[in-house]
Design a binder for this molecule. Structure first.
Ligand code: FAD
Length: 321
């Protein structure tokens, strides 16, 4: 329990752990190495997924019926116990509804400064240096925390998951559930899954994405033909969704979905920060926009200023011909 330990809260979706869990463990390894500490993962509910946490040094488990699904009150009680017992230097949470609930509560209860909307983290001597998004990513602020303990809530997709994946055996420490878990006042009634039926754009290797530059719902058909010819789903920027031309499940960006395809082909998308937030991790970005100054070209690996209505039909012809 050295002062240099880094604790990661494992995020769960049903039985599985979230990708972000592994992203945080990978970064935790780097930070713990700099501080001569260890990586510990707090895992609540059944310890079954501990087998996938081999990149950590220790899994700290608390199992109790109140922890089988995420309930803020119960998780807060459990995490306070873990922090009191293990005294990490830094607690890493995902910057989602869970992490934002717990981060702000524990910042007060555990008396630790919190950096939120974090996209980069490093160690500078004993201090934690965090790059945080402000105003939806329009401004990046560098925050240096040299308090003895700190909390960072980190945006999904900020670090590669591979560095945090491992199947080596890991030491599992089981803590006695705090008595307060028997008397929590909040219970989870029901999880309402989003209605499915549509494609999952976050799982696609190739995405064809369309923005307001397409002009109208009818003209979407042109780009849809290209997507069909490539066997890729069509995704979109927010104005296309807000106009009702495509379902919300296809929206890429801050208030939509974060995608990481092998290739992202964008047509008529300007590249606003809220859009880039959802797709800048794509391995290859190819952009078509008639405005050479459009910010999408700052992140694109290849780009063209050809009018999409000239380019897309020509591509379709080439693919089908
Ligand atoms: C809190 C908040 C959350 C948001 N969340 C999201 C989000 O999740 N996802 C998202 O996308 N946006 C989001 N936005 C909106 C975002 O700020 C932008 O308004 C939006 O991304 C712009 O969409 P666009 O690029 O399609 O449209 P525009 O910015 O209007 O760009 C259209 C582009 O098409 C180009 N163009 C026009 N005609 C052609 C042609 N014939 N051929 C080629 N190019 C052409 C133009 O040069 C222009 O660059 C959010 C905003 C806020 C404030």
């Amino acid at each position: 329990m050295s002062m240099g330990n880094v604790m990661v809260l494992a995020g769960r979706v049903g039985k599985d752990l979230t990708d972000t869990t592994y992203e945080l463990i990978g970064k935790a390894r780097e930070l713990a190495a700099a501080w001569g500490g260890r990586v510990e993962v707090a895992l609540f509910g059944t310890a079954d997924p501990a087998g996938t946490l081999g990149a950590a040094d220790v899994v700290v488990n608390i199992d109790h019926p109140a922890l089988s699904d995420y309930v803020p009150e119960a998780y807060e009680v459990a995490l306070r116990r873990v922090l009191a017992e293990r005294a990490p230097r830094l607690l890493l949470l995902s910057n989602d509804t869970v992490g934002l609930d717990l981060g702000s509560a524990l910042s007060v209860l555990w008396d630790a400064p919190q950096a939120a909307y974090v996209i980069e983290l490093s160690a500078d001597g004993d201090a934690v240096v965090a790059t945080c998004q402000i105003l939806g990513g329009k401004i990046l602020a560098e925050v240096v925390i040299d308090a003895p303990r700190a909390i960072a809530t980190v945006a999904a997709g900020s670090f590669p998951a591979a560095a945090g994946q491992g199947t080596d055996g890991v030491e599992v420490v089981t803590l006695t559930p705090p008595a307060e878990l028997d008397t929590t006042r909040v219970t989870l009634r029901q999880i309402i899954e989003p209605t499915g039926g549509d494609v999952d754009i976050t799982a696609a290797d190739l995405l064809v994405s369309v923005g307001r530059g397409v002009g109208s719902k009818d003209d979407l058909e042109t780009v849809q033909e290209l997507a069909d010819a490539l066997g890729a789903p069509l995704s979109a920027s927010r104005p296309v969704i807000d106009a009702g031309w495509m379902p919300k499940s296809r929206q890429v960006g801050k208030s939509g979905l974060k995608v990481k395809p092998k290739a992202y082909l964008s047509f008529g998308i300007s590249g606003a920060p809220e859009h880039l937030e959802g797709m800048r991790e794509a391995e290859l970005i190819i952009a078509c926009n008639t405005d050479a100054a459009a910010p999408i070209f700052d992140v694109a690996h290849y780009g063209t200023t050809i009018d999409l209505f000239d380019l897309v039909p020509a591509l379709v012809e080439k693919l089908e011909g």
